[in-house]
Design a protein around this ligand. Structure first.
Ligand code: NAD
Length: 241
């Protein structure tokens, strides 16, 4: 399938690693110009290696996200696609989670996604062009993980945020969708969790970053023109049973 992202400009938060990086490489292979926004300064070298622009900042700070959108537009002249992939794992249950962990995880995994949607969609509307946002939710936004309250709450929030954002400006050609991956082999996931979760997915394995990047690339393309406000599981059947 030719997904044809030529002449499209994409901002990818968390594009320096894992799912964001796999998506950046896919987009570039389909002809898009990619601008990576990441907290980790080492991601600058990664961006240069793959031919992407780069902005270092913290997605939990609204002003950093607004500046990253402006920097992408300054470098490439427009914005057509945003992928909200910056994220952290969180830790602790409803009692053991510290307030600091709750605030940090929700600041990045929840508010950071809101800021990315807010400033990217405002840019699409200002340009008066269609635009697409893809949010990284999780299977743990569809079902909970009891020992990780902040992650479960933030990903659940991303699921409904996607529905609200994906329908508000649909008539202007703005589409917002989320993917809800199962456990995927990236630097975010410990060796121990990779082993444990392999057996818990009905498919009998964890997923690969390329598989998620391919779904995101499809959603970013015009082939997915009638899909908005959708949350699509890619979890080897985890949430189906
Ligand atoms: N890997 C999985 O199993 C899995 C499953 C479901 C959902 N997800 C979600 O997918 C997204 C990407 O995860 P991944 O597996 O690629 O992780 P990863 O750790 O490989 O990549 C995350 C990237 O986000 C960046 N980042 C972290 N905090 C940031 C901040 N405050 N500001 C800007 N950038 C920041 C990191 O530097 C890193 O480059 C996350 O939202 C994660 O919750 C991952």
């Amino acid at each position: 399938m030719q997904l044809q992202l030529e002449n499209k400009v994409a901002l990818i938060t968390g594009g320096g690693s894992g799912l964001g990086l796999a998506t950046a490489k896919n987009f570039i292979a389909e002809g898009a110009k990619v601008f990576i926004f990441d907290f980790n300064p080492n991601a600058k070298a990664t961006a240069e290696e793959i031919g992407a622009g780069f902005y270092q900042g913290d997605v939990s700070k609204a002003e950093d996200v607004e500046a990253a959108v402006a920097a992408a537009v300054e470098q490439y002249g427009q914005l057509d696609i945003a992928v909200a992939s910056a994220g952290v794992g969180g830790e602790g249950d409803v009692v053991t989670s510290t307030v600091e962990n709750w605030e940090k995880t929700n600041g990045i995994d929840y508010s950071g996604v809101f800021y990315t949607n807010k400033y990217a969609i405002a840019q699409f509307l200002e340009q008066k062009t269609p635009g697409v946002v893809i949010n990284l939710a999780s299977m743990f936004g569809m079902v909970a993980v009891s020992n990780n309250i902040a992650y479960s709450a933030s990903k659940g929030g991303v699921v409904n945020m996607t529905r609200a954002a994906g329908t508000m400006y649909a008539k202007n050609g703005v589409r917002v969708n989320a993917v809800a991956p199962g456990v995927i082999e990236t630097p975010l996931i410990s060796e121990e969790d990779l082993k444990t979760y392999s057996e818990l997915h009905p498919a009998g394995r964890v997923g690969q970053a390329q598989e998620v990047a391919d779904l995101i690339t499809y959603l970013a393309s015009d082939k997915a023109a009638f899909i908005t406000g959708a949350v699509i599981p890619i979890d080897g059947g985890y949430t189906a049973v």
